[in-house]
Each structure stands twice: as structure tokens, then as C-alpha cells.
Design a protein around this ligand. Structure first.
Ligand code: AMP
Ligand code: MG
Length: 323
């Protein structure tokens, strides 16, 4: 059975010992909860894929303390990674760099590149300190499903597994990190997150391409249906709510909520109107919509502008993609 452990020094020590024995441990970060194993433990990494039902070619992010620590898994050349780490680490920016030969291919989905990120959450950092070596961790959800932003979400998905879940509370950002491919000459954002392309471009002094969904092999998680509730979900415009809800029992997720819809069999889940708060509440809202057990979920597409709204819309579009 999965067990939620409060964030204490003793439990960090316990979890680090489990990682050292080759076990998988779930833990909080400031983006989403991660399902972690030591990057250099091939069998433990394979267990992550097995638990998640994750396609073997979908690579993992290796979590490190800082740029020096990143050197144990990635080849860091030139000034770009160091400058970006100075600007955005610890924080929600993942960089894709050539991998060091010692890193097992199991940890990179068979690729010669590796994704690295230094998380900011003190729990994740304490665990990295105690483990003393990088921790590979994808989001702690079943493959393709909604990411976990509370310890209880991890138990929702992995309750049957013998798994420690280190509880660091609700994730502050609530959406996954920005993924930036720096493995070639160009800088390409493969996944939108809280660190925007403009902010990256300002540090690099060059243009940054943004191609979420580019090529399955480049970044599988960025192109598929993803972040999806189990219930069939559809993205709609606010102006279509009345028409779409007339057809029968439904859950509607909407930033700022909705005026009551007379007579309709509708359960409304309101998301905050502030972009940061909306992102933080997003996955709990998608999970709550599933728990409502209605036949359909309607998601009102938010219209705000800016980096966070772009990332939120990206997740909602993938959540509502046909499978
Ligand atoms: P997750 O940890 O579940 O949020 O997923 C990690 C994301 O980073 C996925 O979209 C992966 O495809 C992407 N990723 C990780 N490593 C690489 C890599 N070496 N090259 C391209 N994308 C990567
Ligand atoms: Mg994921």
C-alpha cells in the first residue's frame, strides 16, 4: 500500500535509504509530484516505467541540486546552460543536454540526451541532499493521466503499490516545468511552463523557438493526448456553455466559475481567475471533475494572455484531445 509520509527529517532519511536500496519514492516538487528513482539505478528506473505504464521511449527528467551536480549526468559545454541555471535554477526550467556515457539509456528513453532540472521545493532539495546523487522522476501519475499536485493524488493513482509518498503540501506552480532543448545549436522550447520563451531569450540574447508537439521522438510527452481525465472531456468557448450544457448531465470547469444555468444538470468547478492560482488548482480541478462521475466534462477555455495562461491552455487542449 502507498503511504503518505509527512515532511520530516527522519522521513527524508528513510526515503533516501529506500532510493539507495533501488526503490521508487514519490515526492513533492514546486511543479508537480514526482515518482523518483536514482538516475544511475537502471532497475529502479525500469520500475518507474512499469508503475506508470509509461512508454519506454518517453525520457525522464533527472533532478539535481545545481549546475555542478548536473555535470554528473549531462555534458555541459558553452555558456548557455550555466547562464540559464544562474537565471532560473532552482526552478521550473528543464534543460535537455547531451548525456554523459555513464548514464543508463533506460533513464533517457534510449536517447543520447538527458533532461536536467534543479527543483526549488525544499523537500525535493532535502531528498537530493540525502540521496547525494541525481534522482530521475517523471510526474507521479499513471501515463497519460492528470499529473499529481497533492500527495493524495499520488495515492489515487498508485494506492496499490508499495510506495512512500513524501508530502510537501500542494505544489506551488501546479504545472510541469518548461522543457528547453539545448542539445543542438538552437534553443527550442518543447513544453510550455512557468519560464517563458521571452525570458529565456533575454538571458541567451538569441531567439528561442517554441514548438510544443514537435516530433514524437523529440519529446513524446509534448505531442500526445496527455493530462487527461478518464471522463470524455471537451474544450469549449464561454459563449457556447449554454448550448453545450443543455444536452444533459455534465461537469463544467471554468476560470471564475459560471452564472447558474437554470434547469441544467450541471456541476460547476470554478478555477481562480488569477493565472498563477489557476495553474496551481488546475490538476485538482481535472481530478475532481473525474470524481464527480458525470458522463462528460466541459472545460471552458481561458482567454487570458501571458506565459502561465499559455501553459494552462496547452495542458487543457491536451486533456481534451480525442484519444
Ligand atoms: P514528465 O516528467 O512526466 O513531466 O515528462 C518529462 C518531459 O520531458 C516529457 O515531455 C519528455 O518527453 C521530456 N524529455 C525528457 N527528456 C528528454 C530528452 N532527452 N529529449 C527530449 N525530451 C525529453
Ligand atoms: Mg508527466
Amino acid at each position: 500500500m502507498a503511504s503518505i509520509l509527512p515532511y520530516t527529517h527522519d522521513n527524508i532519511t528513510l526515503a533516501a535509504a529506500a532510493l539507495e536500496r533501488g526503490e521508487v519514492v514519490a515526492f513533492a516538487t514546486e511543479t508537480v509530484y514526482g515518482l523518483g528513482a536514482l538516475t544511475f539505478r537502471e532497475q529502479a528506473i525500469e520500475r518507474i516505467y512499469e508503475l506508470k505504464g509509461r512508454p519506454l521511449n518517453n525520457p525522464l527528467i533527472s533532478h539535481v541540486l545545481d549546475i555542478q551536480h548536473a555535470r554528473s549526468v549531462a555534458v555541459i559545454e558553452g555558456w548557455r546552460p550555466a547562464e540559464l541555471a544562474m537565471a532560473f535554477w532552482p526552478g521550473p526550467l528543464t534543460m535537455i543536454l547531451p548525456k554523459r556515457p555513464e548514464v543508463p539509456l533506460a533513464a533517457t528513453g534510449g536517447l543520447e540526451t538527458i533532461a536536467v532540472r534543479a527543483p526549488k521545493h525544499s523537500l525535493a532539495r532535502a531528498l537530493l541532499h540525502a540521496a547525494g546523487t541525481p534522482i530521475s522522476a517523471p510526474s507521479a501519475n499513471r501515463s497519460g493521466r492528470v499529473s499529481a499536485t497533492l500527495a493524495s493524488h499520488v495515492v489515487e493513482d498508485f494506492g496499490d503499490a508499495d510506495l512512500m509518498v513524501l508530502d510537501g503540501g500542494a505544489c506551488r506552480f501546479g504545472i510541469e516545468s518548461t522543457v528547453l532543448d539545448l542539445s543542438g545549436d538552437r534553443a527550442v522550447v518543447l513544453r510550455l511552463g512557468a519560464v517563458g520563451a521571452d525570458a529565456i531569450a533575454a538571458v541567451l540574447g538569441t531567439s528561442v523557438e517554441v514548438t510544443p508537439g514537435a516530433g514524437q521522438s523529440a519529446s513524446p510527452g509534448s505531442s500526445e493526448k496527455h493530462y487527461a481525465p478518464r471522463t470524455p472531456s471537451m474544450l469549449i468557448r464561454r459563449s457556447d456553455v449554454e448550448r453545450e450544457t443543455a444536452a444533459g448531465s455534465v461537469v463544467v470547469i471554468a476560470a471564475g466559475g459560471l452564472p447558474s444555468l437554470a434547469g441544467a444538470d450541471v456541476e460547476v468547478i470554478a478555477l481562480p481567475e488569477d493565472p498563477d492560482a489557476c495553474a496551481a488548482a488546475l490538476y485538482e480541478a481535472l481530478r475532481a471533475a473525474d470524481r464527480a462521475m458525470k458522463p462528460r466534462i466541459l472545460i471552458v477555455e481561458p482567454e487570458g494572455e501571458g506565459v502561465i495562461w499559455d501553459a494552462v491552455r496547452d495542458r487543457l487542449r491536451r486533456a481534451a484531445m480525442a484519444s
